[in-house]
Design a protein around this ligand. Structure first.
Ligand code: ADP
Length: 480
């Protein structure tokens, strides 16, 4: 079963880690202890073997008489050595054996025999066949370059085994006790450390669209939890702002769509009730068509902006000639201007063709909005000038008109969606208040800037600056 709480996982893994560490260190300690005890025993066996050899050679000459074995026994006792001692002649027959061997013979292993041939001593652990292990040293005594006799000294390993098994038992009791205590402590500490996370979870669960004003309480310390809380709070602020924008957007959109719908309905009702002649029907249908056109435009613009809201904007970037684009737009502007008797001019203050990286369709939309606005808000006889200059890394496009201008209090708001200075008049002109919002979005997407300067009754200048290199790929998602 997966461990579902972090508290449980923390406790489990730390307890497991502790168990592993203690088991490994216990093993290492056990190994060190047993090998150092064995080393100590080996040193002692060597000491005894050398002393026995010395005693044997100073006191006796070959062959050893029986009472010499008894004297050896006395020698061992005088030193209080309880080890097993056995002396073999060069053929491997036992010459003498200490009485504590009680008939048991210390074996001469193959390995020891091999080493004897090389004049080397052998340390080995053998089974006594009497329920205990013996550490055995087989030491050759060389005289005149020949094997003279063999001294074997052995020690019962059961006292050492007893000590080691007592240590093992203590470890076996201590490790689980330590792990249990550690786990309890870890469980308690993890609980304390994670308590704020539970508090945050409960607080966040209570937050919904209706109470986005709520903020999580901040703790005094500046630890991970308080950073998490701050992040949550700033996310809530952003959510609230976006939520507010969305609400406003949908409210504005439905309001904008309701007006032409009301007109449509009113006119249709009039037609149904009063119109009799085909001309009257045609007139009403034509008027209906205008409202349908208006709704279509609004919906199209809303869709453009909605795409941006969802961050589904996919700019189709390409190297394009800005000079050519403005030439084309100048021609379209002329056609628009002719209707209003507004003259449109093009002023390219550049020596060579200006190219930049951008989305041609979107840039066309941007400049067309500015030019059609300029024509729309300029009375007959006025002028609209499209200008282009260039800096080292940006193209600067201006659209200047000699129209009605915009009062300073409206300047900051005209790029907002659905914002119109003179609502009644613009409605007749077909404006929905989305043109400049779209223009700003296109400029932002290209990582450029847009500004407006205006004097009421004298005219306005919209200035767009676009980086020639186009937007950086990684920054292509832009909010409005
Ligand atoms: P609309 O569709 O109403 O033109 P826009 O978003 O294009 O919407 O413009 C917002 C408002 O800014 C317009 O309603 C108008 O009042 C004002 N405006 C835009 N361009 C000009 C301009 N060149 N001269 C004067 N007013 C302008």
């Amino acid at each position: 079963m997966p461990l579902r709480s972090i508290r449980l996982r923390l406790t489990f893994w730390s307890a497991l880690t502790l168990t592993a560490i203690m088991a490994v260190s216990g093993l290492a300690w056990h190994f060190t202890l047993s090998s150092s005890s064995l080393k100590h025993i080996d040193d002692r066996l060597e000491l005894i073997a050398v002393d026995v050899a010395a005693y044997h050679h100073t006191e006796h000459i070959e062959p050893i008489p029986t009472d010499d074995c008894q004297r050896l026994e006395g020698f061992l006792r005088s030193h209080n050595w309880g080890e097993f001692v056995q002396i073999l002649n060069e053929r491997g027959s036992i010459s003498c054996a200490s009485s504590n061997l009680e008939g048991f013979h210390l074996p001469l292993s193959k390995e020891a025999l091999q080493h004897l041939g090389n004049g080397e001593a052998t340390y080995e652990t053998i089974d006594s066949n009497q329920g205990f292990a013996v550490r055995l040293l087989t030491l050759p005594v060389i005289k005149g370059g020949h094997l003279f006799d063999i001294i074997q000294v052995g020690q019962d390993l059961s006292p050492m085994e007893k000590t080691l098994s007592a240590v093992r038992l203590k470890q076996a009791l201590f490790i689980p006790a330590a792990v249990i205590l550690f786990s309890l402590g870890g469980w308690f500490l993890a609980g304390r450390a994670l308590a704020p996370v539970d508090r945050i979870t409960r607080a966040v669960q209570k937050i919904n669209a209706e109470n986005l004003d709520q903020r999580l309480p901040l703790s005094k310390s500046s630890d991970e939890i308080s950073r998490l809380t701050e992040t949550f709070n700033s996310m809530l602020s952003r959510l609230k702002e976006q939520f507010h924008k969305m609400k406003q957007f949908s409210g504005d959109a439905s309001h904008e769509l309701r007006t032409p719908l009301t007109i449509l309905r009113g006119e249709t009702e009039v037609a149904l009730r009063w119109a009799k002649e085909p001309d009257e029907f045609r007139e009403i249908l034509r008027s209906n068509m205008e409202e349908i056109d208006r709704m279509e435009r609004i919906i199209e613009n809303l869709l453009t902006l909605a795409k941006n809201e969802e961050l589904k904007r996919n700019l189709e970037l390409q190297e394009l000639s800005l000079s050519d684009l403005l030439q084309e737009l100048y021609l379209s502007g002329n056609i628009l201007g002719e209707k209003n008797e507004v003259s449109v001019r093009l002023n390219l203050e550049v020596e060579t063709e200006v190219t930049l990286r951008g989305d041609e369709l979107r840039l066309r939309q941007l400049f067309l909005n500015l030019i059609s606005n300029a024509v729309k808000y300029t009375s007959s006889g006025g002028t609209v000038t499209i200008g282009l200059t260039c800096t080292d890394d940006a193209a600067v496009i201006t659209v200047t008109d000699t129209g009605v201008g915009i009062a300073p209090e409206h300047l900051a708001l005209i790029f907002d969606r659905f914002y119109r200075v003179d609502k009644a008049r613009n409605r007749n002109d077909g404006g929905s208040g989305l043109g400049l919002a779209i223009a700003k979005w296109v400029v932002d997407a290209h990582e450029g800037t847009i500004h407006v300067a205006s004097i009421p009754d004298e005219g306005s200048t919209f200035t767009v600056s676009l980086p020639l290199a186009g937007p950086a790929e990684q920054n292509r998602d832009v909010f409005i």
